[in-house]
Design a protein around this ligand. Structure first.
Ligand code: AMP
Length: 210
């Protein structure tokens, strides 16, 4: 098992690219910290109950809470698998936790998208609550408006995708997550791909870069 970390602002396309690559190659496993947390919130587990308020405000949940979940997934992933780790680490402390776990990080790929484009992308984002597939009303529309292509469930707008919370999430990204770019660059692990060229092109560039 080895790990490729996806770095990028909320709405940069990390989840879309990771899901597209994982569905095309069974040796790639997409692990999204946001999906793990939303699953815990939906189930009402103790971790989910604790995480809910942080997520609704667009803030990071406590490091130990998300680190425990990631540790479990890392421990249960074996064999000839590359984990596409989407959303973790989100700050330098979490990067330290990942190192302490001894997780074998092969590379870190930054999906680079300017803030102006991010706002527009998140405004059009739609998500399947059942199978987690992601869509965009203009850039990646479902075949039938409001309905998931994969499982037929009604698509939703994520609670934290409203413009006010998006502003907060972007501020958190710049303050807490962006320092990881230099951190991983200094280790020689960082690759950068242009995230504005369309899903297929970004996925192809990502695959080359990782
Ligand atoms: P995402 O789906 O990656 O945009 O994550 C949605 C929300 O989940 C974030 O705004 C945070 O509140 C929380 N979250 C996801 N990953 C992490 C993480 N690694 N550390 C702390 N909070 C996280």
């Amino acid at each position: 098992m080895n790990i490729v970390i996806l770095l990028g602002a909320p709405g940069s396309g990390k989840g879309t690219v990771a899901a597209a690559l994982a569905s095309a190659d069974e040796r790639l496993k997409h692990v999204s910290s946001g999906d793990l947390l939303r699953g815990a919130v939906a189930k009402g587990t103790p971790a989910g109950v604790e995480a809910k308020a942080f997520m609704e405000r667009g803030q990071l949940v406590p490091d130990a809470l998300i680190a425990r979940m990631i540790k479990d997934v890392v421990a249960e992933t074996e064999g000839d698998v590359t984990m596409l780790l989407d959303g973790f680490p989100r700050n330098l402390a979490q990067a330290g936790i990942l190192e302490e776990m001894g997780a074998p990080v092969r590379s870190v790929v930054l999906i680079d998208v300017p803030d102006e484009i991010i706002q527009d992308r998140i405004a059009g984002r739609r998500t399947c609550p059942k199978c987690k597939a992601g869509y965009h009303v203009k850039n990646l529309p479902p075949k039938v408006e409001g309905v998931c292509d994969r499982c037929g469930a009604a698509l939703e707008i994520r609670k934290d995708d409203n413009p006010e919370t998006v502003k907060d999430r972007l501020a958190v990204y710049h303050a807490d997550t962006e320092p990881l770019v230099e951190f991983y660059r200094s280790k020689g692990l960082l690759r950068v791909v242009d995230g504005t060229t369309g899903v297929e092109n970004v996925a192809a560039a990502f695959l080359k870069a990782m």
